[in-house]
Design a protein around this ligand. Structure first.
Ligand SMILES: Nc1ncnc2c1ncn2[C@@H]1O[C@H](COP(=O)(O)OP(=O)(O)OP(=O)(O)O)[C@@H](O)[C@H]1O
Length: 469
């Protein structure tokens, strides 16, 4: 894999589509995802802070989710995929990769419900399975993958393209505004997208589902949650072949009980890899909170944190789209450089904002739950919960439910501390209610959330430095 000076790789451009199919659909997506950084084996964290623990140390520690006793060679991957894995800079599998891949690749194919902490390499496990199961000699769609956001679908695609670099794989997106309206046929081996567009393509028979043999749901608990995308996900499943039914692969860092039951029905007789409740959050993420006087004070504190937010990169999560926009506009008007991203922006703008953040051109991203899950940007060392995530944001069924949304909290803070790196999260609380919500999060996760004085930025900086060491 070619890396540029900053250690980024360039995804393969797939121009190998036969002529007549190329007429039906452009093989290249309208917007290419930004390159995803590779994981150098020891260069964990490039900021002004010194890092003392190396990835190699963590991968040798049996208590770490990154630990593995095996090598990639021992996991049954074909040589072209091994080349792809090594070209990405992976030297050893993580625990979830070591455990899941032999099960995922064994024959006859079996379903999988796999859980592992954020940033521990689930994507590679399901991407390698899709690539392993495709018969490249057939120009038919054989694997589909659904994710809850276009940003995540684009990121997954960049991993498919990178890991499949030494194979003739053809890929296509099923995300809004990425295909010509009059497209009549997609023959790409692997299609990655979001449920609405995937339904549309299957319904119109643009994707012929008859040879689909792998069906992946990333962020599966979200894709199967009644308050989330379960209706749409079910519709996709109902359009896939019944006999033989595809191998169904569900992955997430969280599987709350109410979704797990449904997941068991959705992926019957699945092999299961589960986490205990106390293992849910990642060790390398230090959690803090700041006690703000009122809602307006939250804004002042955020602004006063700006220097710290830009040491590495930061993601600020708000409850509402308009809050994200308003904060971003105010900060920009006051001379700060920040970007905002949410689901009300059009596709082209969303792509350009996330790409620019991924490439480090923007250092502070103010957003909503739209990118709470899956997004993998190694330089993000700080997450701020400007508003805590609440159950009532999940959907209409919970419209008056102001309990904290623990799963979304875990995913949000998991945007930092990726694959053994250090990171910090800061929660803003500003009244009795938000205080109680945070206490509940603390209780459920069993991890101390440490107070930092809002008027002592030196303390904040010190605490940050310590947490990131
Ligand atoms: N074996 C490996 N060696 C080195 N780096 C790896 C390995 N596997 C994955 N990575 C890197 O670790 C990072 C996190 O991986 P990934 O995005 O798949 O996490 P995840 O488990 O899907 O997280 P989330 O639950 O947040 O979606 C990525 O940058 C990926 O390239």
């Amino acid at each position: 894999m070619e890396k540029d000076a900053d250690g980024f790789y360039t995804p393969k451009t797939d121009g190998s589509k036969p002529e007549e199919e190329a007429k039906a659909v452009e093989t290249q997506p309208a917007t290419e995802p930004a390159p995803v950084p590779t994981s150098a084996s020891t260069d964990l964290f490039s900021s002004t802070f010194e890092v003392t623990v190396t990835l190699a140390d963590q991968q040798a520690d049996p208590d770490s989710p990154l630990y593995s006793a095996k090598s990639f060679e021992e996991l049954g991957l074909n040589p072209d995929l091994l080349k792809g894995v090594y070209a990405l800079g992976f030297s050893k599998p993580s625990k979830i990769q070591e455990r899941a891949l032999p099960l995922l690749l064994s024959n006859p194919p079996q379903n999988m419900i796999g859980q592992s902490q954020s940033g521990t390499g689930k994507t590679a496990a399901f991407v390698l399975t899709m690539l392993s199961r495709v018969d490249f000699s057939k120009n038919k769609t054989q694997a589909i993958c659904l994710a809850p956001s276009r940003e995540l679908a684009r990121q997954i695609m960049s991993v498919v393209v990178a890991m499949g670099k030494f194979t003739p794989v053809q890929t296509e997106y099923a995300i809004k505004d990425n295909l010509p309206k009059d497209v009549t046929r997609i023959t790409a081996h692997i299609v990655v997208g979001t449920p609405g567009t995937m339904i549309d393509l299957l319904r119109r028979k643009v994707i012929d589902s008859s040879e689909i043999k792998v069906f992946v749901l990333d962020e599966a608990d979200n894709m199967l949650d009644q308050d989330g995308l379960s209706d749409q996900t079910l519709r996709v499943k109902n359009m896939l072949p019944r006999q033989p039914s595809p191998q169904i692969i569900l992955f997430s860092a969280t599987f709350p009980d109410h979704v797990r039951n449904f997941a068991n029905k959705f992926a019957p007789n699945a092999n299961k890899i589960e986490l205990q409740k106390e293992e849910l959050s990642v060790e390398g993420i230090r959690q803090f909170y700041m006690d703000c006087r009122d809602a307006e004070h939250k804004y002042d504190i955020l602004v006063s944190l700006y220097q710290l937010l830009t040491i590495g990169q930061s993601i600020i999560f708000c409850q509402h789209r308009h809050t994200a926009d308003r904060i971003a506009q105010r900060m920009v008007a006051e001379g700060h450089k920040v970007a905002s991203l949410h689901g009300a922006k059009d596709a082209a703008e969303r792509d350009s904002v996330i790409d620019s953040f991924r490439e480090g051109r923007e250092k502070v991203l103010i957003t909503t739950n739209v990118i709470a899950r899956g997004i993998d940007i190694l330089q993000v060392n700080m997450v701020v919960n400007y508003d805590l995530p609440l159950m009532n944001e999940r959907g209409s069924q919970h419209s008056s439910d102001s309990r904290p949304d623990i799963e979304t909290y875990i995913h949000r803070i998991g945007r930092t501390g990726r694959f053994g790196r250090k990171g910090i999260s800061v929660n803003f609380v500003h009244d009795q209610r938000t205080w109680q919500q945070m206490e509940e999060i603390e209780k459920v996760l069993g991890k101390k959330i440490i107070r930092i004085e809002t008027n002592d930025l030196d303390e904040m900086e010190e605490a940050m430095k310590k947490a990131l060491k």
